[in-house]
Design a protein around this ligand. Structure first.
Ligand code: 4AD
Ligand code: MG
Length: 477
């Protein structure tokens, strides 16, 4: 006798064979029908117990949340709602559950409540579907790069540099917090710290990825990144996962092509491999949208939105064009934006990004050639001397999904830029070396993995697409 997963039992045609399955009881109805789930699929398998042959004491222990081991015959189902079911011949309760206190009752729970019970929330349909999709997307990402000749590189998590220059870093230190060694000036003396210098958790693997691109050609990182930005929004995490490809001899146009091709590939992958979970999440989203006013409802369903992205070209628009559009837009003229767009050079806020993708273009948009002074130090300066070869990809419902650029490959220009921003050359000597020895045009981007998962699942809060979200004032679990 073989142990099967629920997915295998529902997929294979094993009718009449004796089978064995283990899982958790979702519901137990009429002392007869167990809906059993083991995480292998969204769907439950119905297990029918003949209570007359079952000990009263065992019967009582079959409660929502209990872990059970079932042996029985897989038969065609007599009832509606499923093709096959198990006629239970033997049932063992492996782990009891307390029906009085078990948090995941068979009813609708709020996402806030489930966040507080994140260790059990994947026992619900919504969260198991989201996390299976998250896993599937990760796999598709590795597959895409593998098929396209990229090497997977593990960039360090502890670093001494601030790649984005935003100063939003978590310090890594082994010093005694109460009584740290001090310098003569009374500052904390990091020379005596574990690494002999100040270190922090990485905000991006890009700078190290650049070094490998300049030898291995095409590389990518896919790892956790950390930002101590105090933004309590539905799109920000303090710990999030980022995919960062970096390619030698590729310019910004190539970078845009790569990003677009990559995103279409991974979204197509889940359309093809996760149809049950997507269908469930699509219905969930429709139900949620019904509670909103008509004007706020999406014109497309979840699967339609994903298909739309896969089948249509992203719109490529320069920052300058975008500013013109925004300046002349209704919400700007009627002073509906919180931050009014008055002149070229303004940093775009999420309200502007959302206007562009959701109202104006109604499709993913790649904005490029941003003003140099609102972007990071490493981006390549254009001939106009005021814009850089940056690109952001904006998605409907999400806003910024990708940030990338062509990198400044000219040593003198890069040094000037670093000096202007007060970035210590000594700290980044190895980064400058790349520009000294065999420098070349190269580009890359970073895709926020959780924002991609949000888009693919239709979940509205980034805390609900990562197992254990880290946000200001919250690091439970
Ligand atoms: O635009 P960002 O800051 O770009 C970089 O870090 C570059 N070094 C990437 C590169 O060129 N290799 O971040 C990239 C993406 C954003 O577009 C966004 O999707 C995501 O990372 N992101 C966040 N996601 C969740 N929570 C946060 N706090 C995020 N900050 C950025
Ligand atoms: Mg960005």
């Amino acid at each position: 006798m073989k142990t099967y997963t629920v997915a295998e039992l529902l997929e294979k045609n094993l009718v009449l064979q004796e089978v064995e399955v283990k899982g958790w009881v979702r519901t137990f109805r009429a002392n007869r029908f167990i809906a059993l789930n083991d995480g292998s699929t969204l769907n439950n398998i119905q297990c029918v117990v003949d209570f007359e042959n079952l000990d009263e004491s065992v019967l009582k222990r079959i409660t929502t949340g209990a872990a059970v081991h079932i042996i029985g015959e897989l038969t065609e189902s007599q009832g509606k709602g499923q093709n096959v079911e198990i006629q239970v011949s033997k049932i063992d309760v492996l782990g009891d559950s307390d029906p009085e206190t078990y948090p995941i009752q068979p009813k609708k729970h709020s996402f806030e409540f489930l966040r507080e019970n994140a260790h059990l929330r994947t026992r619900t349909n919504t969260f198991s579907a989201v996390m299976r999709l998250r896993s599937s997307l990760s796999f598709a990402i590795h597959q895409y790069f593998n098929e396209n000749g990229f090497y997977y590189m593990h960039t360090p998590i502890i670093t001494g540099s601030d790649a984005e220059g935003a100063g939003e870093m978590f310090r890594v230190s082994a010093l005694n917090a109460k009584n740290p060694p001090l310098t003569e000036d009374g500052e904390v003396n990091y020379k005596e710290d574990f690494f002999g210098k100040e270190t922090n958790l990485t905000v991006s693997g890009q700078l190290e990825a650049e070094t490998y691109a300049m030898s291995l050609g095409k590389v990518y990182t896919f790892g956790p990144t950390f930002r101590a930005e105090n933004s309590n929004t539905s799109r920000h995490l303090a710990e999030f996962w980022m995919i960062e490809p970096e390619v030698a001899f590729m310019d910004l146009d190539g970078n845009m092509d790569l990003a677009e091709d990559f995103m279409k590939y991974v979204l197509k992958y889940v359309l093809e491999h996760n149809s049950d979970d997507l269908a469930f999440l699509e219905k969930r989203l429709l139900d949620e949208e019904k509670t909103k006013p008509q004007a706020e409802r999406s014109e497309m369903s979840l699967i339609e939105k994903i298909k739309f992205v896969v089948d249509n070209n992203f719109k490529r628009v320069s920052y300058t064009e975008a500013i013109d559009i925004l300046k002349n837009s209704k919400p700007n003229k009627k002073k509906k934006f919180k931050y009014l767009i008055e002149e070229w050079g303004a940093d775009l806020q999420s309200e502007h990004e959302r206007y562009l993708v959701e109202k104006h273009f109604k499709c993913p948009v790649i904005l490029f050639d941003y003003p140099a002074n609102i972007k990071a130090f490493y981006m390549r300066l254009n001939e106009d001397g005021k814009t850089v070869r940056a690109m952001d990809i904006l998605f409907p419902g999400i806003g910024e999904m990708v940030g990338g650029s062509q990198r400044e490959e000219r040593l003198d220009v890069l040094k000037e830029k670093m000096a202007a921003l007060d970035i210590d050359e000594q700290e980044l000597w190895w980064y400058l070396d790349l520009r000294k020895y065999g420098t070349a045009v190269h580009s890359g981007f970073g895709l926020g993995f959780e924002r991609l998962v949000m888009f693919a699942t239709g979940m509205g809060n980034i805390r609900d697409v990562i197992p254990y979200p880290r946000t200001p004032q919250n690091a439970e679990f």
